[in-house]
Ligand binder design. Structure first.
Ligand code: MN
Length: 257
């Protein structure tokens, strides 16, 4: 199982969640919301071979954490994965739009200079603006739009731009989320929980619950679950071998069998 967007450090029982991921052999991209969280969150994963920690600065925190950009730059050489980054156009965050753009463009520029990174992106109510920036920074790396909820026009554009997509149980609960999933290029899809932010039946989603997304994708794509699992695993391998100028020894698919 693959959870390509999970906030491991934000679970109240984070160490137990990590232990569960290890025991079940789940591949996890553990994303952070601030550069200052990266070291501690990396330490939380310890030597788990299937967990990688992404360096991020969440758009909802951009205005409060502008001062952490130098730390981001300092840590970037050590981080093969970047996220959570992006833009959020919802009304409560719109007032901080200019800080969000400053942070996002800064990070894309630094990723470009560093030879590209695999990036997990937030684009709530801002998909067009996110795609505009990705187009302006074509060398920033491989963008993965997490929980995409934009228009079909933006979806087509994202596909043209080479974006990948991570989908989870919360996204696939809605008709619209399922319709989007149906239109995704299957070779560029991964699963995610987005826990503990994303909920299911009033409880934070756990990494292992990406199983629910696999079941749903199997219905949407009319494929048996084991074929969906194989496809997702192959996608993870392809992602790591696909297109970054600077190859890293630290890719998450190490040990995919
Ligand atoms: Mn998230």
């Amino acid at each position: 199982m693959i959870d390509f967007h999970c906030h491991l450090d934000l679970y109240p029982n984070a160490e137990q969640v990590v232990e569960d991921c290890r025991n079940r052999g789940i591949y996890v991209l553990s994303v952070t919301t601030t550069p200052s969280a990266w070291k501690g969150t990396s330490a939380l994963a310890g030597d788990a071979s299937r967990i990688r920690t992404a360096l991020g600065l969440h758009p909802q925190l951009a205005h409060e954490r502008l001062s952490e950009l130098p730390l981001f730059d300092q840590l970037l050489p050590q981080a093969h994965y970047v996220g959570e980054i992006g833009l959020d156009g919802a009304s409560e965050f719109r007032q901080h739009w200019s800080s969000q753009v400053t942070v996002f463009e800064h990070i894309l520029a630094k990723c470009s200079e560093a030879g590209g990174r695999v990036m997990t992106l937030h684009s709530r109510r801002a998909s067009r603006a996110v795609l505009d920036r990705l187009e302006s920074f074509p060398d920033a790396g491989i963008p993965i739009l997490h929980w995409f909820s934009g228009s079909f026009r933006d979806l087509d554009r994202a596909i043209q731009l080479g974006c990948w997509f991570s989908v989870g149980p919360a996204m696939l609960r809605s008709d619209r989320g399922r319709t989007i999933a149906k239109h995704l290029p299957r070779g560029r899809v991964l699963t995610e929980s987005d826990g503990p932010f994303a909920h299911m039946q009033g409880k934070p989603l756990m990494p292992g619950q990406v199983e629910l997304a696999i079941v749903e994708l199997s219905r949407i794509w009319s494929l048996p679950c084991d074929e969906v699992v194989n496809m997702l695993r192959q996608n993870l391998t392809n992602l790591s071998s696909g297109g970054l100028k600077e190859k890293s020894k630290d890719s998450l698919d190490k040990g995919v069998t």
